[in-house]
Design a protein around this ligand. Structure first.
Ligand SMILES: Cc1cc2nc3c(=O)[nH]c(=O)nc-3n(C[C@H](O)[C@H](O)[C@H](O)COP(=O)(O)OP(=O)(O)OC[C@H]3O[C@@H](n4cnc5c(N)ncnc54)[C@H](O)[C@@H]3O)c2cc1C
Length: 479
Protein backbone atom coordinates (compact mmCIF):
# COMPACT_ATOMS: atom_id res chain seq x y z
CA UNK A 1 0.00 0.00 0.00
CA UNK A 2 1.25 3.48 -0.96
CA UNK A 3 0.93 6.44 1.36
CA UNK A 4 -0.28 8.59 -1.56
CA UNK A 5 -1.55 7.91 -5.06
CA UNK A 6 -1.73 10.84 -7.48
CA UNK A 7 -4.16 10.39 -10.38
CA UNK A 8 -2.99 12.37 -13.42
CA UNK A 9 0.53 13.05 -14.69
CA UNK A 10 -0.03 16.55 -16.08
CA UNK A 11 1.86 19.52 -14.66
CA UNK A 12 -0.25 19.52 -11.46
CA UNK A 13 0.37 15.82 -10.75
CA UNK A 14 4.01 16.25 -11.77
CA UNK A 15 4.74 19.17 -9.47
CA UNK A 16 2.80 17.51 -6.64
CA UNK A 17 4.77 14.28 -7.07
CA UNK A 18 8.03 16.23 -6.97
CA UNK A 19 6.95 18.20 -3.90
CA UNK A 20 5.96 15.01 -2.07
CA UNK A 21 9.18 13.25 -3.11
CA UNK A 22 10.96 15.57 -0.67
CA UNK A 23 9.36 13.65 2.22
CA UNK A 24 9.63 10.13 3.62
CA UNK A 25 6.44 8.93 1.92
CA UNK A 26 5.68 6.22 -0.62
CA UNK A 27 4.05 7.89 -3.63
CA UNK A 28 2.75 6.56 -6.92
CA UNK A 29 1.51 8.62 -9.87
CA UNK A 30 -0.95 7.09 -12.34
CA UNK A 31 -1.93 8.16 -15.83
CA UNK A 32 -4.20 6.64 -18.44
CA UNK A 33 -1.89 7.59 -21.33
CA UNK A 34 1.32 5.98 -22.59
CA UNK A 35 3.39 8.99 -21.50
CA UNK A 36 3.20 11.82 -19.00
CA UNK A 37 1.95 15.35 -19.88
CA UNK A 38 -0.53 14.22 -22.54
CA UNK A 39 -3.48 16.39 -21.45
CA UNK A 40 -3.72 20.20 -21.25
CA UNK A 41 -0.07 20.26 -20.22
CA UNK A 42 0.96 19.17 -23.71
CA UNK A 43 -0.81 21.94 -25.62
CA UNK A 44 -1.00 25.42 -24.14
CA UNK A 45 0.61 28.84 -24.55
CA UNK A 46 3.58 28.00 -22.29
CA UNK A 47 3.46 31.38 -20.58
CA UNK A 48 4.49 31.76 -16.96
CA UNK A 49 2.01 34.52 -16.24
CA UNK A 50 3.01 37.29 -13.87
CA UNK A 51 -0.36 37.16 -12.05
CA UNK A 52 -2.24 40.38 -12.92
CA UNK A 53 -5.11 38.55 -14.62
CA UNK A 54 -6.87 36.47 -11.88
CA UNK A 55 -9.36 38.34 -9.67
CA UNK A 56 -8.03 39.70 -6.38
CA UNK A 57 -8.50 37.42 -3.37
CA UNK A 58 -8.88 34.20 -5.39
CA UNK A 59 -6.77 31.11 -4.88
CA UNK A 60 -5.91 31.46 -8.58
CA UNK A 61 -4.37 34.89 -7.98
CA UNK A 62 -2.41 33.80 -4.92
CA UNK A 63 -1.05 30.58 -6.42
CA UNK A 64 -0.29 32.23 -9.79
CA UNK A 65 1.90 34.92 -8.27
CA UNK A 66 3.68 32.47 -5.96
CA UNK A 67 4.13 29.83 -8.69
CA UNK A 68 5.49 32.39 -11.11
CA UNK A 69 8.02 33.54 -8.49
CA UNK A 70 9.07 29.94 -7.81
CA UNK A 71 9.46 29.03 -11.48
CA UNK A 72 12.96 30.34 -12.33
CA UNK A 73 14.59 28.31 -9.55
CA UNK A 74 12.54 25.19 -10.29
CA UNK A 75 13.39 25.41 -13.99
CA UNK A 76 17.06 25.74 -13.14
CA UNK A 77 16.99 22.77 -10.77
CA UNK A 78 15.20 20.62 -13.35
CA UNK A 79 17.34 21.76 -16.30
CA UNK A 80 14.24 23.07 -18.07
CA UNK A 81 14.26 26.06 -20.39
CA UNK A 82 12.68 29.19 -18.96
CA UNK A 83 13.08 32.67 -20.46
CA UNK A 84 12.06 35.76 -18.53
CA UNK A 85 10.91 37.66 -21.65
CA UNK A 86 8.20 39.85 -20.06
CA UNK A 87 4.68 40.39 -21.40
CA UNK A 88 2.66 43.27 -22.83
CA UNK A 89 -1.11 43.72 -22.90
CA UNK A 90 -1.69 46.24 -25.65
CA UNK A 91 -4.66 48.59 -26.05
CA UNK A 92 -6.03 50.41 -29.10
CA UNK A 93 -8.71 52.73 -27.67
CA UNK A 94 -10.14 54.26 -24.49
CA UNK A 95 -12.09 51.13 -23.60
CA UNK A 96 -8.90 49.01 -23.82
CA UNK A 97 -7.03 51.63 -21.79
CA UNK A 98 -9.61 51.28 -18.98
CA UNK A 99 -9.30 47.47 -19.04
CA UNK A 100 -5.52 47.78 -18.90
CA UNK A 101 -5.72 50.08 -15.87
CA UNK A 102 -8.00 47.54 -14.16
CA UNK A 103 -5.42 44.81 -14.85
CA UNK A 104 -2.68 47.04 -13.47
CA UNK A 105 -4.61 47.69 -10.23
CA UNK A 106 -5.45 44.00 -9.94
CA UNK A 107 -1.82 43.03 -10.47
CA UNK A 108 -0.68 45.43 -7.75
CA UNK A 109 -3.34 44.01 -5.38
CA UNK A 110 -2.19 40.47 -6.24
CA UNK A 111 1.40 41.37 -5.36
CA UNK A 112 2.88 41.31 -8.88
CA UNK A 113 6.20 43.13 -8.91
CA UNK A 114 7.52 45.73 -11.40
CA UNK A 115 4.22 46.20 -13.31
CA UNK A 116 4.13 49.38 -15.42
CA UNK A 117 1.67 51.27 -17.62
CA UNK A 118 3.23 52.33 -20.94
CA UNK A 119 2.21 55.02 -23.42
CA UNK A 120 2.51 54.56 -27.17
CA UNK A 121 6.15 55.73 -27.47
CA UNK A 122 7.31 53.60 -24.55
CA UNK A 123 5.52 50.59 -26.05
CA UNK A 124 7.04 51.04 -29.52
CA UNK A 125 10.49 51.57 -28.01
CA UNK A 126 10.18 48.22 -26.26
CA UNK A 127 8.67 46.28 -29.19
CA UNK A 128 9.20 47.92 -32.59
CA UNK A 129 6.98 45.54 -34.62
CA UNK A 130 3.82 46.37 -32.69
CA UNK A 131 1.04 47.94 -34.78
CA UNK A 132 1.23 51.74 -34.87
CA UNK A 133 -2.49 51.74 -33.96
CA UNK A 134 -1.68 50.59 -30.42
CA UNK A 135 -1.90 53.45 -27.91
CA UNK A 136 -1.00 51.97 -24.53
CA UNK A 137 0.10 48.80 -22.76
CA UNK A 138 0.51 47.01 -19.47
CA UNK A 139 4.09 45.80 -19.09
CA UNK A 140 4.79 42.79 -16.83
CA UNK A 141 8.57 42.27 -16.76
CA UNK A 142 8.30 39.20 -14.47
CA UNK A 143 6.36 37.14 -17.03
CA UNK A 144 8.22 34.32 -18.79
CA UNK A 145 8.01 31.40 -21.20
CA UNK A 146 8.90 27.74 -20.80
CA UNK A 147 8.19 24.38 -22.42
CA UNK A 148 5.26 22.91 -20.43
CA UNK A 149 5.69 19.24 -21.26
CA UNK A 150 9.45 19.46 -20.78
CA UNK A 151 8.73 20.90 -17.32
CA UNK A 152 6.27 18.10 -16.46
CA UNK A 153 8.56 15.36 -17.81
CA UNK A 154 11.48 16.78 -15.81
CA UNK A 155 9.41 17.17 -12.61
CA UNK A 156 8.19 13.57 -12.81
CA UNK A 157 11.67 12.34 -13.75
CA UNK A 158 13.10 14.13 -10.73
CA UNK A 159 10.32 12.77 -8.48
CA UNK A 160 11.07 9.24 -9.78
CA UNK A 161 14.81 9.72 -9.20
CA UNK A 162 13.78 10.56 -5.62
CA UNK A 163 11.69 7.39 -5.19
CA UNK A 164 8.23 8.05 -6.68
CA UNK A 165 6.67 5.26 -8.79
CA UNK A 166 4.94 5.98 -12.11
CA UNK A 167 2.33 3.73 -13.72
CA UNK A 168 1.32 4.62 -17.26
CA UNK A 169 -1.54 3.12 -19.32
CA UNK A 170 -3.42 3.00 -15.98
CA UNK A 171 -6.91 4.39 -16.59
CA UNK A 172 -8.67 4.77 -13.25
CA UNK A 173 -12.16 3.29 -13.64
CA UNK A 174 -13.26 2.71 -10.08
CA UNK A 175 -12.25 3.78 -6.60
CA UNK A 176 -13.23 1.74 -3.52
CA UNK A 177 -13.02 3.16 -0.02
CA UNK A 178 -12.11 0.69 2.68
CA UNK A 179 -10.93 0.78 6.29
CA UNK A 180 -7.25 1.45 5.50
CA UNK A 181 -7.81 3.93 2.69
CA UNK A 182 -8.61 3.53 -1.00
CA UNK A 183 -8.26 0.98 -3.75
CA UNK A 184 -7.76 2.57 -7.17
CA UNK A 185 -8.81 0.23 -9.94
CA UNK A 186 -8.15 0.05 -13.68
CA UNK A 187 -9.40 -2.67 -16.00
CA UNK A 188 -6.30 -4.82 -15.39
CA UNK A 189 -4.67 -3.70 -12.13
CA UNK A 190 -5.31 -1.98 -8.83
CA UNK A 191 -3.23 -0.01 -6.33
CA UNK A 192 -3.98 0.81 -2.70
CA UNK A 193 -3.25 4.06 -0.93
CA UNK A 194 -4.02 5.87 2.30
CA UNK A 195 -4.43 9.21 0.50
CA UNK A 196 -5.55 10.12 -3.01
CA UNK A 197 -4.80 13.28 -4.97
CA UNK A 198 -7.08 13.72 -7.95
CA UNK A 199 -5.21 15.75 -10.60
CA UNK A 200 -7.04 14.30 -13.60
CA UNK A 201 -7.56 17.57 -15.48
CA UNK A 202 -10.65 17.45 -17.70
CA UNK A 203 -11.69 14.19 -16.04
CA UNK A 204 -11.24 15.34 -12.42
CA UNK A 205 -15.05 15.48 -12.04
CA UNK A 206 -15.38 11.81 -13.04
CA UNK A 207 -12.65 10.82 -10.57
CA UNK A 208 -14.25 12.90 -7.78
CA UNK A 209 -17.60 11.18 -8.49
CA UNK A 210 -15.90 7.81 -7.96
CA UNK A 211 -15.19 9.03 -4.41
CA UNK A 212 -18.75 10.27 -3.93
CA UNK A 213 -18.17 13.96 -4.69
CA UNK A 214 -20.63 15.34 -7.25
CA UNK A 215 -20.19 18.97 -6.24
CA UNK A 216 -18.46 20.15 -9.43
CA UNK A 217 -18.29 19.40 -13.11
CA UNK A 218 -15.66 20.18 -15.70
CA UNK A 219 -16.30 21.12 -19.32
CA UNK A 220 -13.81 21.52 -22.17
CA UNK A 221 -12.98 24.82 -23.83
CA UNK A 222 -10.84 24.47 -26.93
CA UNK A 223 -7.88 26.68 -27.79
CA UNK A 224 -6.34 26.40 -31.26
CA UNK A 225 -2.84 27.55 -32.24
CA UNK A 226 -0.59 28.16 -35.22
CA UNK A 227 3.15 27.60 -34.87
CA UNK A 228 5.54 29.46 -37.16
CA UNK A 229 9.04 28.49 -38.25
CA UNK A 230 12.08 29.41 -36.16
CA UNK A 231 13.10 32.20 -38.51
CA UNK A 232 9.99 34.12 -37.25
CA UNK A 233 10.70 33.82 -33.52
CA UNK A 234 12.40 37.19 -33.30
CA UNK A 235 9.46 39.15 -34.75
CA UNK A 236 8.60 40.02 -31.14
CA UNK A 237 10.65 39.43 -28.01
CA UNK A 238 7.84 39.84 -25.44
CA UNK A 239 4.58 37.89 -25.14
CA UNK A 240 1.92 40.16 -26.67
CA UNK A 241 -1.73 40.00 -25.54
CA UNK A 242 -4.76 41.99 -26.59
CA UNK A 243 -7.10 43.03 -23.77
CA UNK A 244 -8.90 40.09 -22.07
CA UNK A 245 -12.46 39.01 -22.82
CA UNK A 246 -15.02 37.16 -20.68
CA UNK A 247 -13.63 33.87 -22.02
CA UNK A 248 -10.03 34.51 -21.10
CA UNK A 249 -6.87 36.34 -21.86
CA UNK A 250 -7.55 36.43 -25.59
CA UNK A 251 -5.27 35.62 -28.48
CA UNK A 252 -1.55 36.17 -28.00
CA UNK A 253 1.65 36.29 -30.02
CA UNK A 254 4.76 34.94 -28.36
CA UNK A 255 8.19 33.61 -29.09
CA UNK A 256 8.70 30.08 -27.76
CA UNK A 257 11.74 28.81 -25.86
CA UNK A 258 12.72 27.00 -29.06
CA UNK A 259 12.69 30.24 -31.05
CA UNK A 260 9.45 29.66 -32.98
CA UNK A 261 6.54 32.10 -33.01
CA UNK A 262 3.26 30.92 -31.48
CA UNK A 263 -0.14 32.46 -32.35
CA UNK A 264 -3.38 31.67 -30.49
CA UNK A 265 -5.32 30.33 -28.63
CA UNK A 266 -8.95 30.60 -29.69
CA UNK A 267 -11.57 30.01 -27.00
CA UNK A 268 -14.54 27.84 -27.94
CA UNK A 269 -16.74 25.84 -25.56
CA UNK A 270 -17.21 22.27 -26.80
CA UNK A 271 -18.74 19.09 -25.36
CA UNK A 272 -16.28 16.34 -26.34
CA UNK A 273 -13.42 16.11 -23.82
CA UNK A 274 -11.24 14.39 -26.41
CA UNK A 275 -11.76 16.67 -29.41
CA UNK A 276 -8.38 18.25 -30.13
CA UNK A 277 -9.00 18.80 -33.83
CA UNK A 278 -8.06 22.09 -35.48
CA UNK A 279 -10.57 23.93 -37.63
CA UNK A 280 -10.75 26.40 -40.49
CA UNK A 281 -12.75 28.80 -38.25
CA UNK A 282 -10.10 28.60 -35.55
CA UNK A 283 -7.31 29.46 -37.97
CA UNK A 284 -9.35 32.38 -39.39
CA UNK A 285 -10.03 33.76 -35.90
CA UNK A 286 -6.32 33.69 -35.05
CA UNK A 287 -5.27 35.35 -38.30
CA UNK A 288 -7.85 38.13 -38.00
CA UNK A 289 -6.75 38.98 -34.45
CA UNK A 290 -2.97 38.80 -34.56
CA UNK A 291 -2.78 41.00 -37.66
CA UNK A 292 -4.16 43.84 -35.53
CA UNK A 293 -1.37 43.54 -32.93
CA UNK A 294 1.84 43.02 -34.87
CA UNK A 295 3.02 44.11 -38.33
CA UNK A 296 4.00 41.75 -41.15
CA UNK A 297 3.47 38.34 -39.57
CA UNK A 298 4.79 35.86 -42.19
CA UNK A 299 1.81 33.49 -42.32
CA UNK A 300 3.47 31.48 -45.10
CA UNK A 301 5.88 30.24 -42.42
CA UNK A 302 3.27 28.26 -40.45
CA UNK A 303 4.75 24.79 -39.79
CA UNK A 304 1.93 23.23 -37.79
CA UNK A 305 -1.36 23.82 -36.00
CA UNK A 306 -2.59 22.18 -32.80
CA UNK A 307 -5.17 22.64 -30.06
CA UNK A 308 -5.46 22.20 -26.30
CA UNK A 309 -8.49 21.81 -24.03
CA UNK A 310 -9.00 23.98 -20.97
CA UNK A 311 -10.62 22.23 -17.99
CA UNK A 312 -13.28 24.78 -17.10
CA UNK A 313 -14.71 24.35 -13.61
CA UNK A 314 -17.22 27.21 -13.87
CA UNK A 315 -16.44 28.72 -10.45
CA UNK A 316 -13.99 31.34 -11.70
CA UNK A 317 -11.37 29.88 -9.37
CA UNK A 318 -9.31 26.73 -8.99
CA UNK A 319 -11.26 23.99 -7.17
CA UNK A 320 -8.88 22.50 -4.59
CA UNK A 321 -10.84 20.67 -1.91
CA UNK A 322 -11.39 17.45 0.00
CA UNK A 323 -13.75 15.24 -2.02
CA UNK A 324 -13.79 12.64 0.76
CA UNK A 325 -11.64 11.68 3.78
CA UNK A 326 -7.96 11.93 2.77
CA UNK A 327 -9.02 12.47 -0.84
CA UNK A 328 -8.05 15.82 -2.37
CA UNK A 329 -9.37 17.00 -5.73
CA UNK A 330 -7.32 19.56 -7.64
CA UNK A 331 -9.75 20.50 -10.39
CA UNK A 332 -10.75 23.28 -12.77
CA UNK A 333 -7.08 24.12 -13.21
CA UNK A 334 -7.47 26.43 -16.17
CA UNK A 335 -4.87 29.02 -17.12
CA UNK A 336 -2.71 30.05 -15.24
CA UNK A 337 -2.44 26.45 -14.03
CA UNK A 338 0.98 25.92 -15.58
CA UNK A 339 2.34 29.03 -13.85
CA UNK A 340 0.65 28.16 -10.57
CA UNK A 341 1.56 24.44 -10.53
CA UNK A 342 4.56 24.63 -8.15
CA UNK A 343 2.47 26.68 -5.71
CA UNK A 344 -0.53 24.33 -6.12
CA UNK A 345 1.79 21.44 -5.18
CA UNK A 346 2.90 23.24 -2.04
CA UNK A 347 -0.72 24.11 -1.17
CA UNK A 348 -1.75 20.45 -1.56
CA UNK A 349 1.15 19.36 0.67
CA UNK A 350 -0.19 21.84 3.26
CA UNK A 351 -3.67 20.29 3.03
CA UNK A 352 -2.17 16.83 3.53
CA UNK A 353 -0.31 18.06 6.58
CA UNK A 354 -3.57 19.31 8.07
CA UNK A 355 -4.94 15.77 7.97
CA UNK A 356 -2.16 14.71 10.34
CA UNK A 357 0.08 12.92 7.82
CA UNK A 358 3.71 13.05 8.89
CA UNK A 359 5.78 15.09 6.46
CA UNK A 360 9.35 14.27 7.44
CA UNK A 361 11.98 15.58 5.04
CA UNK A 362 14.26 13.06 3.29
CA UNK A 363 17.92 13.65 4.02
CA UNK A 364 18.87 12.65 0.49
CA UNK A 365 16.38 14.57 -1.67
CA UNK A 366 18.17 15.63 -4.85
CA UNK A 367 16.43 18.62 -6.50
CA UNK A 368 18.53 18.46 -9.67
CA UNK A 369 17.97 16.78 -13.01
CA UNK A 370 20.17 16.82 -16.10
CA UNK A 371 18.75 19.02 -18.89
CA UNK A 372 17.24 17.14 -21.81
CA UNK A 373 18.95 19.64 -24.12
CA UNK A 374 22.33 19.67 -22.46
CA UNK A 375 24.38 18.54 -25.47
CA UNK A 376 23.35 21.46 -27.69
CA UNK A 377 24.47 23.94 -25.05
CA UNK A 378 27.96 22.51 -24.58
CA UNK A 379 31.01 24.26 -26.03
CA UNK A 380 32.68 22.58 -29.03
CA UNK A 381 35.46 21.46 -26.71
CA UNK A 382 33.01 19.83 -24.28
CA UNK A 383 31.08 18.22 -27.16
CA UNK A 384 34.30 16.72 -28.53
CA UNK A 385 35.25 15.40 -25.11
CA UNK A 386 31.86 13.73 -24.71
CA UNK A 387 32.01 12.32 -28.24
CA UNK A 388 35.38 10.76 -27.46
CA UNK A 389 33.68 9.01 -24.51
CA UNK A 390 30.55 8.07 -26.44
CA UNK A 391 30.53 8.12 -30.24
CA UNK A 392 26.72 8.12 -30.27
CA UNK A 393 26.71 11.88 -29.56
CA UNK A 394 28.52 12.38 -32.87
CA UNK A 395 25.77 10.75 -34.90
CA UNK A 396 23.11 13.34 -35.78
CA UNK A 397 19.76 11.60 -36.23
CA UNK A 398 17.42 14.61 -36.55
CA UNK A 399 19.12 17.12 -38.82
CA UNK A 400 16.44 19.82 -38.58
CA UNK A 401 16.84 20.08 -34.80
CA UNK A 402 20.40 18.66 -34.64
CA UNK A 403 19.59 15.84 -32.21
CA UNK A 404 22.17 13.07 -31.77
CA UNK A 405 21.68 9.36 -31.21
CA UNK A 406 23.24 9.79 -27.76
CA UNK A 407 20.46 12.20 -26.72
CA UNK A 408 17.76 9.87 -28.05
CA UNK A 409 19.20 7.00 -26.03
CA UNK A 410 19.34 9.29 -22.96
CA UNK A 411 15.60 10.02 -23.44
CA UNK A 412 14.78 6.31 -23.61
CA UNK A 413 16.87 5.47 -20.54
CA UNK A 414 16.07 8.39 -18.20
CA UNK A 415 13.02 8.71 -15.96
CA UNK A 416 10.24 8.88 -17.11
CA UNK A 417 11.42 6.63 -19.93
CA UNK A 418 10.31 7.36 -23.51
CA UNK A 419 8.76 4.25 -25.05
CA UNK A 420 7.32 5.56 -28.31
CA UNK A 421 8.16 7.97 -31.13
CA UNK A 422 6.22 10.97 -29.82
CA UNK A 423 7.63 10.50 -26.33
CA UNK A 424 11.17 10.68 -27.78
CA UNK A 425 10.09 13.74 -29.77
CA UNK A 426 8.80 15.58 -26.69
CA UNK A 427 12.04 14.93 -24.82
CA UNK A 428 14.58 15.65 -27.56
CA UNK A 429 12.73 17.73 -30.21
CA UNK A 430 13.65 15.14 -32.85
CA UNK A 431 10.92 15.38 -35.50
CA UNK A 432 9.77 18.85 -34.44
CA UNK A 433 11.67 20.76 -37.12
CA UNK A 434 10.76 21.70 -40.66
CA UNK A 435 10.49 18.16 -42.01
CA UNK A 436 8.32 17.16 -38.99
CA UNK A 437 10.04 13.76 -38.63
CA UNK A 438 10.01 12.80 -42.30
CA UNK A 439 13.70 11.83 -42.27
CA UNK A 440 14.54 10.86 -38.68
CA UNK A 441 11.49 8.77 -37.70
CA UNK A 442 12.74 5.46 -39.24
CA UNK A 443 16.09 5.82 -37.45
CA UNK A 444 14.40 6.59 -34.14
CA UNK A 445 12.14 3.54 -34.54
CA UNK A 446 15.23 1.36 -34.82
CA UNK A 447 16.90 2.96 -31.80
CA UNK A 448 13.70 2.43 -29.76
CA UNK A 449 13.52 -1.17 -30.93
CA UNK A 450 17.12 -1.83 -29.94
CA UNK A 451 16.91 -0.07 -26.57
CA UNK A 452 13.53 -1.54 -25.55
CA UNK A 453 14.45 -4.94 -27.00
CA UNK A 454 11.19 -5.29 -28.90
CA UNK A 455 10.62 -5.74 -32.64
CA UNK A 456 10.33 -2.49 -34.57
CA UNK A 457 6.80 -3.50 -35.65
CA UNK A 458 5.75 -3.18 -32.00
CA UNK A 459 6.96 0.40 -31.62
CA UNK A 460 4.09 2.90 -31.70
CA UNK A 461 3.76 6.56 -32.54
CA UNK A 462 2.01 7.40 -29.28
CA UNK A 463 0.98 4.21 -27.48
CA UNK A 464 -2.14 2.07 -27.91
CA UNK A 465 -2.62 0.75 -31.44
CA UNK A 466 -0.67 3.54 -33.17
CA UNK A 467 1.88 1.11 -34.66
CA UNK A 468 3.84 2.61 -37.52
CA UNK A 469 5.30 -0.43 -39.26
CA UNK A 470 3.18 -3.45 -40.07
CA UNK A 471 5.93 -5.67 -41.50
CA UNK A 472 9.27 -5.77 -43.27
CA UNK A 473 9.87 -6.02 -46.97
CA UNK A 474 13.57 -6.96 -46.83
CA UNK A 475 13.86 -9.83 -44.40
CA UNK A 476 14.56 -7.92 -41.20
CA UNK A 477 17.68 -5.96 -42.21
CA UNK A 478 18.78 -3.20 -39.86
CA UNK A 479 19.71 0.24 -41.27
C1 LIG B 1 -5.33 26.49 -24.74
C2 LIG B 1 -4.70 26.58 -23.38
C3 LIG B 1 -3.77 27.56 -23.10
C4 LIG B 1 -3.18 27.66 -21.84
N1 LIG B 1 -2.17 28.55 -21.63
C5 LIG B 1 -1.56 28.61 -20.42
C6 LIG B 1 -0.47 29.46 -20.19
O1 LIG B 1 0.06 30.10 -21.11
N2 LIG B 1 0.02 29.55 -18.93
C7 LIG B 1 -0.50 28.85 -17.90
O2 LIG B 1 -0.06 29.04 -16.78
N3 LIG B 1 -1.50 27.96 -18.09
C8 LIG B 1 -2.02 27.82 -19.34
N4 LIG B 1 -3.02 26.92 -19.57
C9 LIG B 1 -3.49 26.09 -18.45
C10 LIG B 1 -2.57 24.90 -18.24
O3 LIG B 1 -2.25 24.28 -19.45
C11 LIG B 1 -3.33 23.93 -17.33
O4 LIG B 1 -3.75 24.63 -16.19
C12 LIG B 1 -2.48 22.77 -16.88
O5 LIG B 1 -1.83 22.15 -17.96
C13 LIG B 1 -3.38 21.78 -16.16
O6 LIG B 1 -2.60 20.70 -15.75
P1 LIG B 1 -3.29 19.44 -15.09
O7 LIG B 1 -2.18 18.59 -14.61
O8 LIG B 1 -4.33 19.89 -14.12
O9 LIG B 1 -4.12 18.76 -16.26
P2 LIG B 1 -3.66 17.84 -17.48
O10 LIG B 1 -2.38 18.29 -18.06
O11 LIG B 1 -4.82 17.75 -18.39
O12 LIG B 1 -3.37 16.44 -16.80
C14 LIG B 1 -4.39 15.59 -16.36
C15 LIG B 1 -3.90 14.17 -16.53
O13 LIG B 1 -4.85 13.27 -15.97
C16 LIG B 1 -4.88 12.10 -16.75
N5 LIG B 1 -6.14 11.40 -16.52
C17 LIG B 1 -7.39 11.85 -16.78
N6 LIG B 1 -8.30 10.91 -16.45
C18 LIG B 1 -7.63 9.84 -15.96
C19 LIG B 1 -8.01 8.57 -15.48
N7 LIG B 1 -9.29 8.17 -15.43
N8 LIG B 1 -7.04 7.71 -15.06
C20 LIG B 1 -5.73 8.09 -15.12
N9 LIG B 1 -5.32 9.28 -15.59
C21 LIG B 1 -6.24 10.16 -16.00
C22 LIG B 1 -4.74 12.64 -18.17
O14 LIG B 1 -4.29 11.63 -19.07
C23 LIG B 1 -3.75 13.77 -17.99
O15 LIG B 1 -2.42 13.37 -18.23
C24 LIG B 1 -3.59 26.77 -20.83
C25 LIG B 1 -4.50 25.75 -21.11
C26 LIG B 1 -5.01 25.62 -22.39
C27 LIG B 1 -5.88 24.47 -22.72
Amino acid sequence: MYDIVIIGAGIVGAMTARELSKYLLSVCILDKESDVAMGATKANSAIIHAGYDPKEGTLKARLNVLGSEMMPQIAEELGVRYINNGSLVIGFNDEDAEKIKTLYRRGIANGVKKLALLDKDELLNLESNISKNAVCALYAPTSGITCPYELAIAAIGNAMDNGVDLKLNFKVEEIKKNEDGYEVISSFESVKAKYIINAAGLFADDIAKMAGDTSFSIHPRKGEYLLLDKECGSLVSHTIFGTPTEKGKGILITPTVDGNLLLGPTSVDITDKTDTSTTFDGIETILSQVNKYVNSIPFNRVITSFSGLRAVGGTGDFIIKFSNDNFISVAGIESPGLSAAPAIARYVAGMLKETGIRLEKKKKFNPYRKSMHFFKNLSDEEKNRLIRENRKYARIVCRCEMVSEGEIIDAIRSNPKATNLDAVKRRTRSGMGRCQGGFCSPYILDILSEELKIPVEHITKSGGASNIIIGRTKGGEQW
